[in-house]
Design a binder for this molecule. Structure first.
Ligand SMILES: Cc1cc2nc3c(=O)[nH]c(=O)nc-3n(C[C@H](O)[C@H](O)[C@H](O)COP(=O)(O)OP(=O)(O)OC[C@H]3O[C@@H](n4cnc5c(N)ncnc54)[C@H](O)[C@@H]3O)c2cc1C
Length: 417
């Protein structure tokens, strides 16, 4: 296909879960039968969906209820093989000074909030592929390439791809934490290391996971066991960088012994059933989410500590909010890249993201560190939350992603328009 001088309404850079979701939401609901929205998505790495008998990937996420609804509206949820996903019904959080399964551990139960579950554990690749399929099925175009140069004009954006130039009214940066779009449109980011890495792996456990997400706040770091569909668990073990290097160098047997000790045996003996990956953890913030004819969504705009399992969930809310702003503008006959459209998106998501990212960082500072008045306060804080049904319900609503100003797609009912 020659792309020379091709014109698009929206050009999305990055086909991770967040970019693919924005594409699918816009392509399914945008335009009219006579003039559908023309949307192109640049993604150089096209992963194949997992085959039914493949072992489960190591990179999984906890997808909230809000995300499940957005994925439905994007036409992806029904494409996700049910045998590879695991809804979880409870979340048990306990600090290092309490034994595992202590009656003082903090337990969130979906049943207390009248919900069938608190969310779903699913492989990132499974969801990403389902979203890209939904985008293409709705008429979207995936271009397996990167731009070499961007030029932002008054009336359009031009993206150079080799000898070809793509013109679009709106450019969306969904190209992850190292976003080139962010740099090219001149939006600054503050990046700070948490001084930790997350070790992720899949493990078989002696005891069943009981459809529960288990999370222990250690002296320095956190350890989570997320329940998987095949009965195994995905671990996310955040520790200081030097410790992460030491643990990655352990033999599988030594690693399993260290994991048993760190988990206080909550699921009994553990056996590694996958590779181990160590991912350095950084926070990333941007003052602005939009510039001339361009908007940032997902990790291109914000990266948070994985302890609260919120990163991709916040990204899908960005995608749904941006899609809603663009679709509303289109209905009024406005240009999707107009400054008024992008200002609405930016104001909306900035006001939702600021308190959430602050809460996650405060949580990390309070609960993941040994000793001192903060740790003391955190321990009492957990017991306090545990005794209050209304606080627990508030935490459950946060975990479900059903607080704040939600985009229509996250409110359910599937319809965006
Ligand atoms: C250990 C760990 C556990 C986590 N667990 C959870 C969890 O339980 N729940 C949760 O909500 N979040 C979780 N997260 C966060 C989550 O993984 C990220 O927020 C999410 O992957 C971000 O998605 P994205 O689409 O914005 O970016 P990415 O997934 O980074 O995708 C970016 C895409 O852009 C493409 N790209 C890059 N550069 C270019 C370019 N120049 N041109 C074109 N394409 C480009 C890449 O190939 C990629 O496909 C976790 C993170 C970590 C590290």
């Amino acid at each position: 296909m020659s792309l020379e001088a091709s014109r698009w309404d929206v050009l999305i850079v990055g086909g991770g879960p967040v970019g693919a979701c924005a594409g699918a939401l816009l392509q399914r609901a945008g335009g009219t039968a006579r003039r559908p929205l023309r949307i192109a998505l640049l993604e150089p790495v096209r992963a194949a969906p997992p085959a039914p008998h493949d072992a489960l990937d190591v990179r999984v996420s906890a997808w909230s209820r809000a995300s499940e609804r957005i994925l439905r509206a994007a036409g992806a949820w029904e494409r996700i093989a049910t045998q590879r996903i695991q809804p979880y019904e409870r979340m048990c959080v306990w600090p290092a000074h309490l034994p595992a399964r202590s009656p003082d551990a903090l337990l969130f139960d979906a049943a207390h909030a009248g919900e069938p579950n608190l969310g779903t554990i699913a492989e990132n690749r499974l969801v990403q592929c389902a979203l890209l399929e939904a985008f293409v099925a709705a008429g979207g175009t995936v271009i397996p390439a990167q731009f070499s140069h961007l030029r932002i004009g008054e009336h359009d954006v031009q993206a150079q791809l080799g000898a070809d130039v793509l013109h679009c009214s709106l450019l969306v940066g969904a190209d992850g934490a190292r976003s080139r779009v962010r740099e090219a449109v001149g939006l600054a980011a503050q990046v700070e290391s948490y001084g930790q890495s997350a070790i992720v792996a899949n493990v078989a456990t002696e005891r069943p996971h009981e459809r529960t997400a288990w999370q222990r706040f250690l002296g320095a770091g956190t350890l989570a066991f997320l329940p998987l569909a095949d009965g195994a668990s995905s671990i996310v073990w955040s520790v200081e960088e030097a410790q992460a290097r030491e643990r990655m160098a352990l033999t599988p047997q030594q690693f399993e012994a260290a994991l048993l000790e760190a988990s206080d045996g909550v699921l009994g003996a553990v056996r590694l059933i996958s590779e181990r990956l160590a991912l350095p953890l950084r926070s990333l913030r941007t003052e602005r989410l939009a510039a001339a004819r361009s908007a940032l969504i997902g990790d291109a705009a914000h990266v948070v500590h994985p302890l609260a399992g919120q990163g991709v969930n916040l990204g899908l809310l960005d995608a749904a909010a941006l899609a809603e702003c663009v679709l509303d503008a289109q209905r009024r006959g406005e240009d999707p890249g107009a400054a008024t459209v992008l200002r609405r998106y930016e104001r909306w998501r900035k006001s939702e993201l600021a308190p959430m990212t602050l809460a996650i960082d405060t949580f990390n500072r309070f609960l993941a560190h040994e000793g001192g008045p903060l740790a003391h306060l955190a321990r009492h804080g957990l017991a306090w939350v545990n005794r209050s049904e209304s606080l627990k319900r508030l935490f459950i609503a946060q975990a479900l992603g059903l607080t704040g100003e939600l985009p229509r797609a996250a409110r359910g009912g599937e319809a965006l328009s």
